[in-house]
Ligand binder design. Sequence first.
Ligand code: GLC
Ligand code: GLC
Length: 647
Amino acid sequence: MITSEATPTARESRLTLARLLPRLHKAFSEEVETAEWQAFEARLDDHFPVLFDLLWRIYGPSYDFFFHVERILQTAAQSWLDRDADLKSLDAIREGHPHWYQSNRVVGAMAYVDLFSGDLAGLRDKIGYLNELGVTYLHLMPIFKSPAGDDDGGYAISSYRELDPAIGTMEDLRELSSELRQHGMSLVLDFVFNHTSDEHEWAEKAIKGDEEFRKYYRMYPNRTEPDQYEKTLRPIFPDAHPGSFTYRTGIGQWIWTTFNNFQWDLNYANPDVFNAMAGEMLFLANAGVEMVRMDAVPFLWKEKGTSCENLEKAHLLIQAFNSLARIAAPALVFKSEAIVAPDEIKKYVSEEECHLSYNPPLMVQLWNSIATRDATILSHCLPKRFQLPHGCSWVNYIRCHDDIGWGFEDRDFWEINVNPQDHRWFLNRFFSGEGDSFARGKMFQHNPQTGDARICGTAASLCGLEKALFEQDEQQTEMAIRRILLLHGIIFTIGGIPLIYLGDEIGQTNDYDYPSDPEKDGDDRWMHRPALDWDKAELRKDPETVEARIFSGFLKFSQIRKNNHAFQECHTEFVDTGNHHVFGYFRSYGGQSILCLANFSEQHQDLPATRLRQLGMRKTFTDIVAGKSIVATQKLTLEPLQFAALM
Ligand code: GLC
Ligand code: GLC
């Protein structure tokens, strides 16, 4: 029973539910047992007011509002009834421990199935490898049916209910998710809900002239409206196509395509689209997906005269999806992919919206410190926005399948007298290997009009391993390995879920062969998505090799994280180390406290013992990374590029 009128629409929501419930029950009465229906009603009692309020704010008042609400409830009821018993037990477990993803035992990894293991069957053979690394969160890149040829790495989805046949079947996916669960791993998949491919059934119907499905997309008969919108839009893939619209001959329409011209943006102003996509999301959840990566969230809602990014209704939509998940698939957790300005990123993170978020500010600040050998900007900017609302966490990564874009907040840079535009340009030049840089990356989507560019490259190549191995320079190889480990040491300990791009743990360098594949040619992001080289992975067993040194470093971080509850949750206290090359923070939880220090320079760096004592450290402590006990009478000396965790 709802007693409090928490939202302005609480009364309406109660009346609506009272009116709709009997009809809903009747519609499902043949397939449902009483107890199961009661469980569903209880869920609605708890969560419908929030959903109703959100839908009202997005779609009300319109003459058919209540009709849409009813349809959305039907979708929820159907999905709940289709949900397997073991997933419902998982729901119960997760509702009992809703913040399980904040555990220090959680370690994430991501991969393309075809490049990692060929297909889903092959992936089951690699569970041992993932276990070895301590992975408990596995993000598989899109595996659904998509157009032949360029499909933006699977981000152009033609069916949310059929897999790419080369990868496997839905049945394989269900089996995999349950096998992963038995091994303590949660399956993470993308919910690509801003757009479908132009070969999705809805798009095909729209092409054939079906008015109902034309309204699923944003289509314009001439350039008038596209021109008005484009005045304030930023092009995402200017190399692939300028602007955000694509003209489709045959139907004579300009179609909104934020990304590639075969990725049609869905029209969320149409409540049918919300309902249809809610069904697809819950279908994913019922296949055993425990977390959805909410793809391209900033772009969901469009309004003239705005950038059409991060608009209020984009947030409300995600919240509405979230409240539906609370009703029909409560174990489901959301992670936002908002690669936008730091202040905007945090707005997606709350228990009502996305529980988790990629942490691009950390990622770009880390690369900045790698290039400058200095932690000033990192120490200045990161603490400002690190704290998240209760129950939420960052997903910390140093790179993913996408390019690295220099998403700093300009004013942070002005505050320390650095010109942000010049600095971005310095980073682009540095990471694309200009001058005496150790990095071997490549500029991506350079826009000569704005001077913007982003960077492609694997972690190892950007850290100098590619160059050092090519030059057979042992000392530089050592430095490159240390850089890779330094960055990962931080993401494993700073607070939140560490996310490894599989292949980085054995130091895989750039793939320069991708242009020979016509599906990949023209999209330089494929340079940093090499197939996992299993021969190279075998070398992790020979301690003399570079692979073993990197892999064992990852393993160490994974173990340290799991063995120390200080790494639980996100309580991070940043400290001024008194040395601008050294970044530092305390992690504390349940009486345990660990000081993490990262030296970004290639020289030894000292921290005076007095500084350490001011920070509350005793004279003697242990570095749990090096496994050494240290007596700091006068000073603590950090090795070049050392990452230390002291307690
Ligand atoms: C996300 C993906 C990116 C893709 C885009 C369009 O940002 O990470 O790879 O190009 O969405 O779906
Ligand atoms: C832009 C988008 C981001 C996407 C990326 C793909 O940065 O904001 O969502 O992942 O482009 O390259």
